[in-house]
Design a protein around this ligand. Structure first.
Ligand SMILES: Cc1ncc(C[n+]2csc(CCOP(=O)(O)OP(=O)(O)O)c2C)c(N)n1
Ligand code: SF4
Length: 285
């Protein structure tokens, strides 16, 4: 879908009051998204914003496009269904690291390998915000929380590694406090043909006192200027690097998307499917 009309970021703000805590990193992601949508010039009826459950998953309430506030961990199946049923719509999913990599981890892997044409923005605060501060799958070893009072014994998931290894074809990392760079990553992720994953460091100042704004500001650096996103080996090496934590587009590959392949196989004879559905309803309805 291409821009035909010049639009302003404010047009994508809904009337719903944003209820995140003051200082929550998710505000930066929301503002970057408004700007990305305006840059794309979308009519609000052409975009669907999908989420699971969590503080970050309240996202669809705050955007004036269509939205679907789903079930915890289930943003991917919902978004996939919408994209297959209405391929002309721009589908963008949002949610937290718990939603994506704990309860939703299985769905995440399959969304990656299918390479469905949509963009998934994960607001990664390394903690469960909505349920008040349990450790999350991206929390580092030793992270102390209500559910890990002696420090987590587990290694944190590396979202970029998981996405690349599972077959995602656009894999990037952003920071909620770098709005310009984040807007570009979202625009490019939306325009990428295939599954775009953007893991965004988005601090939760209320419950995560370790991965704070200052922590990420000090740890993060842009990817080196000579980084080649078509080089999977370089992407993996840099995604694995703990110091500095790189920001930017790690990996990108062109290829057919799942929805394109499904459409190419469709016979176009919807009456056959309708007939089958009617028979099933008559039998079990
Ligand atoms: C099936 C199910 N299991 C558990 C929950 C409880 N729950 C709600 S949100 C959440 C995790 C929130 O963390 P995250 O997804 O990282 O989002 P954040 O709130 O940090 O933005 C959990 C465990 C739920 N709502 N549904
Ligand atoms: S609890 Fe954390 S993630 Fe949730 S709104 Fe507050 S600061 Fe943001």
């Amino acid at each position: 879908m291409t821009a035909t009309v010049e639009r302003k970021a404010d047009e994508y703000k809904s009337e719903v009051k944003v209820t995140w805590c003051p200082g929550c990193g998710d505000f930066g992601v929301l503002n970057a998204t408004y700007k990305a949508l305006a840059e794309q010039g979308y009519d609000t009826k052409d975009v669907v914003v999908v989420s699971g459950i969590g503080c970050s998953s309240r996202f669809p309430f705050f955007v004036s496009t269509y939205g679907f506030h789903g079930v915890h961990g289930r943003a991917m199946p919902i978004a996939t269904g919408i994209k297959l049923a209405r391929p002309e719509l721009e589908v963008i999913a949002f949610g937290g690291d718990g939603d994506a990599f704990a309860i939703g981890a299985g769905h995440f892997v399959h969304a990656c390998r299918r390479n469905i044409d949509m963009c998934y923005v994960i607001m990664d605060n390394a903690v469960y915000g909505l349920t008040k501060g349990q450790y999350s799958p991206t929390a580092a070893t030793g992270y102390v929380s209500k559910t890990t009072p002696e420090g987590s014994s587990e290694a944190g998931i590396n979202p970029l590694m998981l996405a690349i290894a599972s077959g995602a074809t656009y894999v990037a990392r952003g920071f909620s406090s770098k709005p310009k760079d984040l807007t570009k990553l979202i625009v490019d992720g939306i325009n990428h043909k295939g599954f775009a994953v953007i893991d965004v460091y988005s601090p939760c100042p209320t419950f995560n006192k370790v991965n704070t704004f200052n922590y990420w500001k000090e740890e993060c650096e842009p990817l080196p200027a000579d980084h080649d996103p078509s080089d999977m080996g370089a992407a993996i090496a840099r995604a694995l690097q703990p110091d500095p934590l790189y920001l930017g587009l790690f990996y990108q590959k062109e290829g057919d998307s799942f929805d394109e392949k499904v459409r190419a196989r469709a016979t176009g004879d919807a009456s056959q499917t309708r007939g089958l559905v009617e028979k099933l309803i008559a039998k079990y309805g």
